[in-house]
Write a protein of this length. Structure first.
Length: 396
């Protein structure tokens, strides 16, 4: 039984056709060059993809989480670098979605409605998983804040029209002094510095972002001073399903590439691959389907307004690990061909590794999950409950 509505299935099919036409044919070229794909902004604008998370009242498509996930899964199938561009822009919007005023939402969402992209600027040198170690500052002067920061590994940073930036308004308070701000690209002192060259997701834009005495109006503060860490964590809770969606798409692509290879190698259906290959292929299918169902479950929870901190961490971890595992298995099945740059599978392996790293490493996600589990009360079971679940008591 499908969890998708008829409308979502149509959106899924449209996204699949878009990816087949505009992304898959050029993905290898942009990966090889390690270049961003500005043409995709113009093509995606025709479908309003970069405004799909923007509420309708602000001019966007207003897609719910499930529908966004469906689209991101298809983009991940085509190329995780392209998928990262879309997911990172949505991530930047999530901060404004959870904490912005009406005026701030109008300001931030306008570029996306116009087919532009946004960027989420949290990570700093020496302050990745530990955001409290950041050195970025925001000093209030009259009706303005003056920002100074050195941000790194910022997705979309070189092409974004607007950023959500995290900086400390009170260094003495540590993480409780972190605040969040809207910063437009055209502000004086916003500098796009070095471009990062990466192992995988090479076609996505990742840069070092410098803020040198950047002045912004005081009303660009999101929420209140000191709420930055809370906003960042809420944002990442929402954004991790985007990475999970891309991961599922990548796993499905790896599986499909294996199926095509084996069907070509064994054209006679009466002659099947050896059991070792069959078992590996079966496990790849099982893992991919399990990841997709877990993803859809969490997306449904999000759309229902339920707490998803633990589920978001579980889903991101499981889907990213699945993408890595399935891509590696695909490479092994294809052998020397899979290891060649002429085959998309070697790209899938490189791309899959990043799924386990960004938007919270899978190690950090496991900490989130374990802490959540340890904080939950364990319901006492009655003896008869144990008997029912064991299936042994009362047997003749």
């Amino acid at each position: 039984m499908s969890l998708l509505t008829a409308e979502q299935k149509q959106i899924q099919q449209t996204a699949r056709e878009f990816v087949a036409k505009h992304i898959i044919p050029v993905a290898a070229e942009y990966d090889r060059k390690g270049e961003f794909h500005p043409f995709i902004l113009a093509e995606a604008k025709k479908y309003n993809y970069f405004s799909m998370a923007v509420p309708k009242e602000y001019g966007g498509l207003g897609y719910d989480a499930m529908t966004q996930g469906v689209v991101l899964e298809q983009w991940g199938y085509g190329c995780t670098g392209f998928g990262t561009t879309l997911a990172a822009s949505i991530l930047s919007m999530d901060s404004v979605m959870v904490s912005g005023t009406d005026a701030q939402k109008k300001l931030f969402f306008a570029p996306m409605v116009n087919g532009e992209i946004g960027s989420f600027a949290l990570t700093e040198p020496g302050a990745g998983s530990d955001a409290s170690a950041g050195t970025a500052t925001a000093k209030k002067e009259g009706e303005e804040y003056v920002l100074n920061a050195s941000k790194c590994f910022i997705s979309n940073g070189g092409y974004a029209k607007v950023y959500t930036v995290f900086a400390s308004t009170d260094r003495s308070k540590g993480v409780k002094g972190l605040s969040a701000f809207i910063v437009e690209r055209e502000r004086e002192g916003v500098v796009v510095a070095a471009t990062e060259h990466k192992l995988g997701i090479r076609s996505s834009n990742t840069i070092e972002l410098l803020l040198k005495n950047v002045r912004i109006p005081a009303d660009h503060l999101l929420g209140k001073e000191g709420e930055g860490m809370k906003i960042a964590m809420m944002t990442l809770d929402l954004g991790r399903q985007g990475i999970a969606s891309i991961s599922v798409g990548l796993a499905q692509r790896a599986l499909d590439e294996c199926v095509k290879y084996l069907q070509k190698k064994f054209p006679d259906r009466k002659v099947q691959p050896g059991q070792a290959l069959q078992f590996k292929l079966a496990d790849m299918e099982i893992q991919t389907q399990a990841a997709r169902q877990m993803l859809y479950h969490t997306l449904a929870m999000k759309d229902a307004g339920l707490p998803i901190t633990k589920e978001s961490a579980i889903t991101k971890t499981f889907c990213a690990d699945t993408a890595m595992r399935v891509a590696q298995d695909a490479l092994e099945i294809l052998g020397e061909y899979g290891y060649s740059t002429d085959c998309v599978v070697e790209k899938l392996v490189r791309d899959a590794k990043c799924m386990q790293i960004y938007e919270g490493t899978n190690q950090i996600q496991r900490l989130v999950v374990s802490r959540a589990v340890l904080s939950e009360p364990v319901a006492a079971k009655k003896p008869e409950d144990t008997a029912k679940t064991s299936g042994l008591r009362g047997a003749a």
